[in-house]
Design a protein around this ligand. Sequence first.
Ligand SMILES: C[S@@+](CC[C@H](N)C(=O)[O-])C[C@H]1O[C@@H](n2cnc3c(N)ncnc32)[C@H](O)[C@@H]1O
Length: 233
Amino acid sequence: MFSRTAHLYDAIYAFKDYAAEAATVRELVQERVHGARTLVDVACGTGKHLAELRAWYEVEGADVDPALLAIARGRLPGVPLHEGDMVELDLGREFDVVTCLFSSIGYVVTRERLAAACAALARHVAPGGLLVVEPWLTPDVFVPHHVGAVFVDEPELKVARVNSIGELTDPLVAEMHYLVGTPAGVEHLVERHELGMFTREEYVGAVAAAGLEAEWLEGGPMGRGLLVGRRGA
Ligand SMILES: C[S@@+](CC[C@H](N)C(=O)[O-])C[C@H]1O[C@@H](n2cnc3c(N)ncnc32)[C@H](O)[C@@H]1O
């Protein structure tokens, strides 16, 4: 999904307050887990949450995209970062906290893969630990016929990323059009994103079926809610 635009990722998402989001995760953890020490961020992308979370936890990360992981490696020297699909992730150990943020879970696309991903994430949660998943948009809050745009205006990098979404479909297919200007010229790239439109009940059900005590919290970093799963001690 992001392979051809990995070098633009941090500029496109410069509007996100990763420090505040990491602080929210830490608060959630402090309320629910006693003495959490280790954390893995699955679908960590370029590692911007990890860059904050490592102030409080021993951290690791995982992502399916090698180009995003390469950026994360530059940002996080010494932090173990694993390439792999969350649907079948097996890092061979457990963590006090497992996170999967910024709607990455939607990219599993199907309900079968959602169930498998939640099972894999849950297998990495230590006894007494916590899973924190920031879901993708649920069908009830989806707004059809939405035109979205993000603009980057740096001295040597201009980007317009525009997308137009029609009716609700499942999966939702979003074509992201990038117009990218650098001193080397102007390029037009198109990227296709497919996201599963799971309901709250399906998210909560998948985490519960994975053996965790599941809870849906309103709000969350992007207003899309937060899915929390607790493992018994
Ligand atoms: C919207 S980005 C979020 C990245 C990062 N968590 C952040 O907050 O910036 C979605 C991420 O999910 C990753 N991803 C998508 N499908 C995945 C899968 N099956 N397994 C692991 N990572 C996946 C992508 O490579 C990308 O890094």
